[in-house]
Design a protein around this ligand. Structure first.
Ligand code: SF4
Ligand code: SF4
Length: 322
């Protein structure tokens, strides 16, 4: 399977500074995206941008995340090998327990295929670097978002809750990676703006859920009302039991008979069409093809991250917890 170039994500493209070398070389390679991206850059502030306190809450969370990105991975971090190395099972138990203690509600571990990783990085100082020989053993986890706050989408209270979840998964990822390093292993925390991999693909591989029509992971217990985090490491994880439990029903099947997110999407960014279902006619893998630029256009119009599709998704009601 072809790996995704992170430079093609809308978030990477929006970080390009007009006139810079990265900007010029990107649009020389992808000229068809220049007009739409320049239009986004010159758009006026969205409808909710005047909600100053809520926007400050969102921006403060993103600023904090930006400040801690440099802690996500250090090539030269030696770690600290214990004099007597604990057993793998004991460490696995501690990692799982730590994730839950810090607020994770879903947790899995797996060895990721290379297809889960970007081919080339597209954010921050790593812009343009190929992802080569990544750490492929992965701890994948999720926090639950507050349903009532997300139901206020697209008002800014939703964005405040989403950014709170970004911070929570980043902190869990940091703690797990620091714990692994304390035990002498290499570890990288993948977080907002500092990730070598496509988080939903990693979560699907670890059994936390399946990617639904709206393009996000649908977990059995929480539907899409979660945020994901990943730590990759050279710790020799035991992949025997996949992290998650089987979903009933499978989201792909449920999404074939439900199109609520597509009907509610103000940007028409979520597909209705059979042709866009996973894997085409035989449903053999792949993901629904959402339209990130159409989605981002709505974010700009609202001045928030919209979130209507997440707030309306009824999948979690089909699979009672427990
Ligand atoms: S966030 Fe809003 S615009 Fe984007 S896909 Fe969901 S409903 Fe559509
Ligand atoms: S709203 Fe319906 S179609 Fe959309 S992701 Fe949720 S279950 Fe699938």
């Amino acid at each position: 399977m072809e790996r995704f170039d992170e430079r093609d994500t809308i978030f990477s493209r929006m970080e390009l500074v007009p006139g810079s070398e990265s900007y010029n070389s990107y649009y020389a390679r992808r000229p068809e995206l220049k007009a739409v991206d320049d239009h986004f850059r010159s758009s006026p502030p969205g409808k909710y941008a005047s909600s100053l306190v809520n926007m400050a809450r969102v921006d403060s969370a993103f600023r904090f995340l930006k400040d801690i990105r440099s802690l996500a991975y250090r090539e030269d971090d030696p770690g600290r090998r214990c004099q007597e190395q604990p057993a793998v099972r004991e460490i696995e138990k501690a990692l799982h327990e730590t994730a839950l203690d810090y607020g994770a509600v879903l947790y899995g571990q797996t060895i990721l295929g290379l297809e889960c990783f970007y081919s080339i990085r597209g954010r921050g100082p790593a812009y343009g670097k190929p992802v080569e020989n990544p750490l492929q053993n992965a701890l994948v986890f999720a926090v639950e978002m507050n349903r009532e706050k997300i139901s206020r989408a697209p008002r800014p209270e939703e964005a405040v809750e989403v950014t709170r979840a970004y911070v929570r998964v980043a902190v869990i990822g940091m703690i797990l990676s620091y714990l692994l390093k304390e035990l002498g292993y290499r570890a990288r925390c993948h977080m907002d703006g500092e990730s070598e991999l496509v988080l939903p693909a990693a979560a699907q591989a670890a059994g936390l859920g399946k990617i639904g029509r709206l393009g996000l992971i649908l977990s059995r217990e929480y539907g899409p009302m979660i945020r994901l985090g990943v730590v990759t490491t050279d710790f020799p994880i035991n992949t025997a039991p996949p992290g998650g439990r089987p979903l009933t029903p499978e989201p792909e099947e449920y999404c074939f008979s439900c199109d609520l997110c597509a009907r509610c999407c103000p940007g028409r960014a979520i597909p209705f069409e059979e042709a866009d279902r996973p894997g085409g006619p035989d449903k053999s893998g792949g993901s629904w093809k959402t339209d990130p630029a159409a989605c981002f256009g709505i974010w700009q119009k609202f001045g928030t991250d919209c979130g209507i599709c997440v707030s309306v998704c009824p999948f979690w009601k089909q699979t009672p917890r427990g």
